[in-house]
Design a protein around this ligand. Structure first.
Ligand code: KG4
Ligand code: ZN
Length: 349
């Protein structure tokens, strides 16, 4: 069992991170908490289906994982024998995809006789803020994390590296899904979130008004927004069949404005309820320019302290897996080969 670190080179801690929870196969190497390589193979195969096809995703992971890990090690300039431990995503995610990363990580850890460390994907999105990077400031505990991705929307109180408390979450669609489904209704390719962001920059955010969901407390709901956009567009297209293409920029800006307002409104409540005004954003949607601008405005107007990650750490990546591997390595938190990835796991698992 890989319980004890070998620390063969004694001074430097090299962690290999592997991420395969959805449709990106990623590998990264961290040296003492600093990234020395960060590689990802995207899967174009899903574009034609308008969403990720799980079966195709696991097959593509099988094809990509060896070359991606190999490339990450080569770019890091180290051999596998210099690694101190291997960290991999244990969930949540698509089970078939997770199994590819887990089996690969287990085999490599067994062959090299070094510790194996399973990582929670959503925690990794948040803890990506602790990657030692000159362009990013380390958050101070406790802070609130707004985790916004294609699968999750949560406000989490982060007390320390390993103590997370969910204060609120979505009752239906995740915010990334709200972006992607709205984009799909407008005929944009998958994933449409980044496209809405791009078009929104040229549009008027107040051109169209979409209703905000009435959900109490710190929970979210996004499924109603998608339906109201659908009905609104159907009605407009009866009058003008080219309504979407003629108004793509204004539509994108208005959708983004509505979503960002929903997120900021809940953060305001969370800040009042907890008395914590340090906010970090994490997950794929944290790349969105609307949420970034709104938070910077909140920092200026309301005195919040906001932590915004570099773009490379927003969407799924292995650097975030490796940094949690590094933190767990230092805390001596290792896993056994009995660890089985799961599609759903509680945040503090
Ligand atoms: O964290 P992530 O890479 O994968 C999951 O764990 O889900 O997040 C992917 C999501 C997708 O829904 C994508 O459309 C969204 O993040 N996304 C964006 C932007 N960049 C990525 N949504 C809005 N604006 C963006 N700039
Ligand atoms: Zn993710």
């Amino acid at each position: 069992m890989p319980q004890k670190p070998k620390n063969k080179n004694n001074q430097n801690i090299y962690i290999l991170g592997i991420e395969s929870s959805c449709d990106d196969t990623a590998a990264a190497v961290l040296k003492n908490g600093k990234i020395i390589s960060n590689k990802v193979a995207n899967q174009a195969v899903h574009e034609q289906y308008g969403g990720v096809v799980p079966e195709l995703a696991s097959r593509a992971h099988q094809q990509n994982i060896v070359p991606v890990v190999d490339l990450a090690l080569k770019e890091a300039g180290i051999t596998p024998y210099e690694l101190s431990a291997i960290a991999f995503t244990k969930g949540p995610g698509l089970l078939g995809s997770l199994l590819v990363g887990a089996s690969f990580a287990k085999s490599m850890s067994l062959a090299l006789d070094i510790p194996l460390i399973g990582i929670h994907h959503m925690k990794a999105h948040v803890l990506a803020h602790f990657i030692k990077d000159d362009k990013m400031e380390l958050p101070e505990f406790p802070f609130l994390a707004l985790t916004i991705s294609g699968g999750h929307t949560q406000i989490v109180q982060v007390n320390n590296y390993f103590d997370f408390k969910i204060l609120g979450e979505t009752l239906d669609d995740a915010v990334g899904e709200a972006f992607d489904k709205s984009a799909k209704i407008m005929g944009l390719p998958y994933p449409g979130g980044p496209l809405i962001d791009k078009y929104a920059q040229k549009g008027n955010p107040k051109a169209y008004k979409f209703p905000k969901p009435k959900v109490k407390g710190l929970n979210f709901s996004f499924s109603g927004l998608k339906t109201s956009i659908l009905y609104f567009l159907q009605k407009q297209q009866q009058k003008d069949p080219d309504f979407i293409s003629n108004n793509l920029y204004d539509l994108s800006a208005s959708i983004q404005y509505t979503i960002v307002n929903i997120l900021i409104d809940k953060l305001k409540i969370a800040v009042i309820e907890t008395g914590i005004n340090r906010i970090a954003i994490a997950g794929g949607v944290s790349a969105n320019s609307g949420i970034r601008q709104a938070l910077l405005k909140a920092q200026k107007d309301w005195g919040w302290k906001v932590y915004i990650p570099n773009f490379e750490y927003t969407t799924d990546n292995a650097a975030m897996i490796a940094i949690v591997g590094y933190l767990k390595y230092q805390a001596g938190q290792f896993d056994t080969y009995n660890l089985i990835p799961k599609a759903r796991i509680p945040l503090n698992d």
